[in-house]
Design a protein around this ligand. Structure first.
Ligand SMILES: Cc1ncc(COP(=O)(O)O)c(C=O)c1O
Length: 260
């Protein structure tokens, strides 16, 4: 299931091209060709952005930590779905945040419940998983995303959209990201862990440029940079790396009976 040969040949090709630079420190924001390759993938999900908005993170978890460090201070509230991805709550609490659950239904986060909590906790950040939510597996339909986007715009809320499972779709049509409904209010996080290989520790995070500046000032103190080797190998591995086609190929490999 894991693309051993692809990663092997990509790494070899990257060493032939970059030599020892592959084992050196690199840029905190990310390797430019990788960022370029990521654009194809992001655009397909309705995440329109330029190079001042995206950085390569150490997996989705690393990206979440980078962002949490930049935006949270003790006492700030983070609104989360009930239930949500437990490790994220630990990260938010690690920065002293007050984590508050918001009611959900079969379509995910309830807009009225979010509005109520936004009144009660001014300045709160929202953490939301609209596609293949962990742990419920639910996907928020497009009209619900539009309603949630209206609430976050109304309250000036910053939302973190954690979208690591988007390309693990075996049937049905993809639903455009929450980011596509409210680009000024949403930080979009995704990762190659579920579609290429988790050990690569490659994530992609897109956000308003001012926030990216703050994140990149802090990132060297957390992990200096995301590892140079996978960042330079993956886009070289094929022109398709980071493209929806390659990612869909991965989910097809994982489909129980290849019926996607
Ligand atoms: C919702 C969610 N976000 C983030 C992650 C972490 O992803 P990564 O392996 O890229 O750090 C996971 C992993 O299971 C997850 O379920």
């Amino acid at each position: 299931m894991l693309p051993v040969e692809l990663v092997e040949s990509a790494t070899r090709a990257a060493f032939e091209r970059y030599g020892s630079a592959l084992l050196q420190y690199g840029e905190p924001q990310g390797f430019a060709p990788f960022l370029k390759a990521s654009e194809t993938l992001l655009n397909a999900r309705g995440v329109e952005c330029d190079e001042n908005q995206t950085f390569v993170s150490t997996g989705g978890s690393g990206g979440l930590n980078n962002i949490a460090m930049a935006i949270l201070e003790p006492g700030r509230t983070v609104l989360v779905e009930r239930p949500t991805y437990t490790p994220a709550m630990a990260v938010f609490r690690g920065y002293g945040a007050n984590v508050v659950e918001v009611d959900t239904d079969q379509d995910g986060l309830r807009p009225e419940a979010l509005a109520d909590k936004s009144v009660r906790y001014p300045g709160a950040v929202l953490y939301v998983l609209p596609t293949f939510q962990n742990p419920t597996g639910r996907t928020m339909p497009a009209d619900r995303r539009a309603d949630i986007a209206e609430v976050i715009r109304r309250f000036g809320t910053l939302a973190i959209e954690d979208d690591v499972y988007a390309d693990l779709r075996f049937r049905g049509e993809p639903v455009r990201s929450l980011y596509s409904h409210a680009p000024d209010n949403v930080v979009y996080l995704t990762s190659m862990s579920k579609t290429v290989a988790p050990a690569l520790r490659l994530g992609i995070a897109t956000m308003p440029p001012k926030l990216l500046d703050a994140v990149l000032r802090l990132k060297p103190g957390i992990d200096m940079q995301t590892s140079t080797l996978p960042r330079r190998s993956v886009p070289r591995s094929s022109a398709r790396a980071g493209s929806p086609t390659m990612w869909r190929g991965s989910s097809r490999r994982m489909a129980p009976n290849s019926a996607c």
